[in-house]
Design a protein around this ligand. Structure first.
Ligand SMILES: [Zn+2]
Length: 261
């Protein structure tokens, strides 16, 4: 598959704030991570930033994906979380429930099947050769009874709550996972919620989103989202968010010009 990606910080970020999204792609895989911006004034027990956590997860999921390991994606993620924990176990309180965390979306395209893993609100979208679109998403964060600091803390990586990549390798086994026949997948979108809001907040269909990704490209999708963000009258958590979009598609099926040029 041919792979294109764009990963852009929220336009209102000011230094030292940095992009807390990260995209990692290889010959047959894509990973999107979206670090959770901490609540102001909450002690995380960790001397590291969210961007550090995200970059470390990427560092440890990359080797098995690059070496054609057949390890299941939850194992790949769980081992990465264990490795990240080992890096800061001596300096940070990993029992702190506000320790930095990230969403994870991963796809791996094999000769016969496509695997996905989705943890928290970074969805994976498949389109068949006939144009049928399927969304693999984890909406547990959406269904929290309330989104206060206290309830998020209590329900994070806890049964009945929601799961993210942080200090608990068990979270990897709570992800939404699955496999699909390779022949049923002609195009794949992998998104952070800063980009999927094109559908989730701005009223387009997932099919619309896949059309933009495969005809204009990921950067064009994010540009479209930014126009909505700038014009929004009812702001939902924050007006702007870091945004990441990846498209993987069968070469020869990409029929558009590049909207990014
Ligand atoms: Zn730390």
């Amino acid at each position: 598959m041919e792979i294109r990606s764009s990963c852009q910080p929220a336009p209102d970020r000011r230094p030292p704030a940095v992009n807390e999204d990260l995209v990692l792609t290889g010959p047959d895989f894509a990973v999107v991570l979206d670090g959770a911006t901490p609540f102001p004034g909450v002690s995380s027990g960790c001397r590291h930033t969210v961007a550090w956590l995200v970059s470390r997860i990427a560092r440890y999921v990359a080797p098995p994906l690059l070496t054609a390991s057949t390890a299941p994606l939850p194992d790949v993620l769980a081992e990465a979380i264990v490795a990240v924990c080992a890096e800061h176990a001596d300096t940070c309180d990993l029992t702190n429930r506000d320790s930095p965390s990230s969403t994870v979306a991963m796809v791996r395209v094999g000769p016969d099947r496509v695997e996905h893993l989705v943890l928290a609100d970074s969805p994976v979208v498949y389109r068949t050769p006939d144009g049928v679109v399927t969304v693999h998403s984890d909406d547990r964060l959406e269904h929290l009874p309330e989104r206060t600091v206290e309830s998020v803390r209590r329900l994070r990586n806890a049964p009945g709550g929601f799961w993210v990549a942080s200090t608990s390798p068990e979270a990897a086994y709570e992800a939404v996972t699955g496999t699909t026949d390779r022949g049923e997948v002609a195009a794949i979108g992998v998104l952070s919620d800063g980009a999927s809001r094109y559908v989730e907040q701005y009223g387009h269909t997932w099919s619309d989103l896949m059309t933009v990704l495969t005809t204009e490209g990921p950067a064009a999708l994010i540009r479209r989202v930014r126009r909505y963000d700038a014009a929004a009258t009812a702001v939902r958590w924050k007006r702007y968010d870091d945004a990441t979009a990846v498209v993987l598609y069968d070469s020869g099926r990409y029929d558009g010009n590049d909207g990014g040029r």
